[in-house]
Design a protein around this ligand. Sequence first.
Ligand code: ATP
Ligand code: MG
Length: 391
Amino acid sequence: MAVEYNCILIRFGEIFLKGNNRNYFESLLIKNIKNSLSGLNYKFSKTQGRYYIEEFASEDMDEIISRLTKVFGIHSISPTVKVKTDLEEMCKIAYAISPTEGTFRVTVKRADKRFPMTSMEIGAKIGGYMLNKTGGRLKVDLFDYDFELFVDLRESGYSYLFYDKIMGAQGLPTGCSGNAMLLLSGGIDSPVAGYVMAKRGLRIFAIHYHSFPYTSELALQKVKDLAKKLTAYCGDIKLAVVPFTEIQYAIHEHCPEEFMITIMRRFMMRIAERIALKNDCGAIITGEALGQVASQTMQSIQVTNSVVTLPVFRPLIGSDKAEIIDIANKIDTFDISIRPYEDCCTVFLPKNPVIKPKLQDAIEYENRLDIEALIEKAVNDTVTEVISVED
Ligand code: ATP
Ligand code: MG
């Protein structure tokens, strides 16, 4: 008998459901699930502790599962067959959807107390049917099994059968931790940093510093494409594009070459904080990893960090490049990140950037500039657009 899955069961993580916040977290998670499935036809329902997606076109099932596995807060997903409760029918379905060899157990939940058999009896009947059908290739082992077939008899008069468990994205529902401003370059690290923090429930607002005409439209497109990839996990992202060339000229003209990057990064942080505060963001996120480049030594980080008061999250600080690349591949940003376009930081790249900058020196050099006017102009000329999940 060919059986089609006609339902998808969603389990959510337990950690965040404790205490009084449960309703808030759940409504956020449901909203995020619905956003991620926009454009598809389906029916959503919930029972205690679980959600179901039903009434979708069978050809959409893989797409629905693929989108759901990117929604933070979902623990796991199971393709499920929903039928009117009827034991003969359920035996056939159980056999049709299960592997035909190995060890297994049947776990029955009987919420429908009208059904005249106990859970144990139902399990034995279905298990027995499967054993008979496979002539010894399947064996029951209640404790050491290769797969567990679940049969839920619901009060509604319908039963749900499933065994396959696909891991979800885990984490916390996007938005439950508030908003944060991600410094998004075209590189490998910053999209990964955004993903890692979004996983902890942050809604991402992205900011990119653009050095037109030294960096091209294609370089900007790359950043938009990276942001677009992130939307699959964290929903729509507002992207602020800050014109940065004038600030770079000013630093280049008035400050020692080896301090170019240090001072540039202090400007980036200040501008990020300004725009963060205007947009209700409570933190800044960067893709820095300790020791990766001159601007990512402890001393450099201290000097750039000291211009802002918002917390700066650097989720990759202890990661090796290979570990970061693994995540970049998983979230499908790596191939975009390695497209060969100029980054604003490489335009005025000094030959010997200072590795252990002193804060006093940075302050002294940058005081040669009209810091406030430069920042204000850059913030005023910033263009913001929404990168949407949908298009
Ligand atoms: P990435 O791979 O993310 O570009 P990187 O190793 O090249 O990082 P840097 O260029 O030193 O490192 O940048 C460190 C961090 O500063 C980046 O991870 C990013 O968060 C931020 N950053 C750098 N350049 C830009 C930019 N043009 N626009 C926005 N943020 C930037
Ligand atoms: Mg970079």
